[in-house]
Design a protein around this ligand. Sequence first.
Ligand SMILES: [Cu+2]
Length: 140
Amino acid sequence: MKSILCILLSFFCQNLSAQQLTINEGYLRATPPGQMMSSAFMKLTNNSDQTIIITGGESSKVKAIEIHNHAMRDGMMSMEHIPQLRIAAGKSITMAPGGLNFMFIGLHKALVAGETFSFDLVFENGERQSLTLPIKSIVN
Ligand SMILES: [Cu+2]
């Protein structure tokens, strides 16, 4: 009886921890013709009392999902791969065009505005959180 309770509790706790990160205002950029890359933007809020560390994402529909920071330097767009995105307890991070984003490299299919895309966020502790975001067309 005791062991069943432990299993139930640990299952409950895992579910609970997945919801300690909330995602708001998330979307992916529709792919321009012939380009199989995209970015996802969102606001991530850590509702827990511990730092949450994201190492990237995963989906069967794309080769890689990496955390990138994009910046204009001397009139040129430069990008940097961020190995870990750390969100402190109780804090939020906003990923927006011209800054932090999840970069989707090697999409198997074009992303069409009005559709949705599902992928997993991957955490440093091995946990995952699945997300479904709308695809929007952005010009810039
Ligand atoms: Cu990038």
